[in-house]
Write a protein that binds this ligand. Structure first.
Ligand code: FES
Length: 123
């Protein structure tokens, strides 16, 4: 039996292979309170679902992942978007809807909230 078969089925169900962006949100407690991180994550999930970006296909299809640390550990919740490699600070629940609309739907990064850039591939 092929060991990869169950994983390939999971990946297909998650539409891995269809995404144009990946958003990682740190909910770790060194850059924000556990409560602030959890609230941002819930709003991010809801907004991606509401706008049909999550488990989707097409140019705005976006995969989401919560992580425990992105090694910045200040002014969180920290959020990074690939492939643009835009690093956002203070991504509280209140900011998430505007971020989803402006960056993920309209493709316009919000300059005032960005503190670093590392687009991939980095040539
Ligand atoms: S705990 Fe969030 S970046 Fe380290």
């Amino acid at each position: 039996m092929d060991d990869k078969q169950p994983l390939e089925a999971i990946a297909k169900k998650l539409k891995i292979g269809e995404y144009h962006r990946h958003v990682l949100l740190c909910i770790g407690d060194a850059c924000c309170s556990a409560d602030a991180g959890a609230k941002s994550w819930e709003v991010l999930k809801d907004e991606l679902k509401r706008r049909n970006l999550s488990l989707a296909t097409g140019p705005t299809a976006c995969y989401r992942t919560k992580v425990q640390c992105l090694r910045v550990c200040a002014s969180g919740p920290i959020l990074v978007v690939y492939p643009e490699g835009t690093w956002y600070h203070n991504m509280t629940a209140e900011r998430i809807p505007e971020f989803v609309e402006t960056h993920l739907v309209c493709g316009q990064p919000i300059e005032d909230w960005i503190f670093a850039r590392n687009p991939l591939p980095n040539e």
